[in-house]
Each structure stands twice: as structure tokens, then as C-alpha cells.
Design a protein. Structure first.
Length: 130
């Protein structure tokens, strides 16, 4: 009779094994979810460029207003739009690796500042659309 009890696990032993397996699975799933959440947060934070995006929107609006009020010629508008597109492509290349470093962010900011100066100069250079 004792040999039989050694071979066959009791219901209590089966229940303990099942609970251990469930606990291990739950622990693995929790670790996976936490690691995915952490990596998503790091990626989103490292790839975010809200200041550059805001500058792009504002500068595009300034160019549109210059076209509307006649202070920008067609040629000036084309050059300024091309400059904005170049900055946008540069931003996309920088974001492609998943992180935007301080140096890259500074480079984008410099380009945006230069573009802003160009917009101001072109709008105020007394060349209007005829």
C-alpha cells in the first residue's frame, strides 16, 4: 500500500504542482509586460521632439501668412518650403535609430533657428508679390 502512495501523487500534491506552475507563468508574464512597458517608455521619450514639431508648425504657418499677405514672393516661398522639408527629412533620419541624442536635438534646433531667421528676413525684405 505504501508503494502505491509513493507512485501516485495525491490530489493535494497535484494541486501544489499546478499552483507552482501557474505562479511561475504569472511571474514570467508580469516580467515580460514590465520590460515591454519600460522599453516603450524609453523609446517614446528618446524619440520625442515636441519643440521641433511645434517650431515646424509655427514656421509653416508664418510662411502661409506671408504668402497670403503678399510679403513673400513665389521664389522665396519655394526656398523656405524646401528648407522646412530638409529639416523634416533630417528629423526623420535622426529618429530612425530610435533615440534622439542631445547633440542631434541641438542640431535640429539650430536648423530651426536658422530657418526662422530666413523667414523673418524674407518677409521683411520689401519684395512683395506683384
Amino acid at each position: 500500500m505504501q508503494e502505491l502512495s509513493k507512485r501516485r501523487p495525491t490530489k493535494e500534491m497535484q494541486m501544489k504542482r499546478t499552483l507552482k506552475k501557474l505562479f511561475a507563468a504569472a511571474l514570467a508574464v508580469t516580467a515580460l509586460v514590465l520590460s515591454l512597458a519600460a522599453s516603450a517608455t524609453v523609446t517614446a521619450a528618446g524619440q520625442s521632439t515636441p519643440r521641433v514639431n511645434r517650431s515646424e508648425r509655427r514656421q509653416t504657418a508664418r510662411i502661409r501668412r506671408g504668402v497670403r499677405n503678399g510679403s513673400l514672393t513665389r521664389r522665396e516661398t519655394r526656398r523656405l518650403a524646401t528648407q522646412q522639408a530638409r529639416i523634416h527629412r533630417h528629423e526623420a533620419r535622426i529618429k530612425a535609430d530610435g533615440t534622439v541624442t542631445k547633440r542631434e536635438r541641438a542640431s535640429l534646433t539650430r536648423q530651426q533657428n536658422r530657418a526662422s531667421r530666413n523667414i523673418y528676413r524674407q518677409k521683411h525684405d520689401s519684395q512683395g508679390r506683384r
